[in-house]
Design a protein around this ligand. Sequence first.
Ligand SMILES: [Zn+2]
Ligand SMILES: [Zn+2]
Length: 99
Amino acid sequence: MEFHDKVLKCSECGAEFVFTAGEQMFFADKGFKNEPKRCKACKAKRAESGGGSSGPVRAETKTTCSQCGKETTVPFKPTQGRPVFCRECFQARRSMGAA
Ligand SMILES: [Zn+2]
Ligand SMILES: [Zn+2]
């Protein structure tokens, strides 16, 4: 596949920026379907103001505790039919030695 530099317009500041052949190759390699919408300056600005969160965001799933019925979040995807406990119930069960 052959790529050529492409001039795109930033959706944020309206400036024209180059979507280079190398970047297009990278996008194609990653399977990205959309072209970049923002210029490098705006992208950098966004990354800075984005709360500085680095690394993968932990997916918290909202669910209801199977024991006390309290709403809680778990750092994993609960399996259907499997009981899910809030932090308190989980610890209470553990200290009781419940299997
Ligand atoms: Zn911009
Ligand atoms: Zn509970």
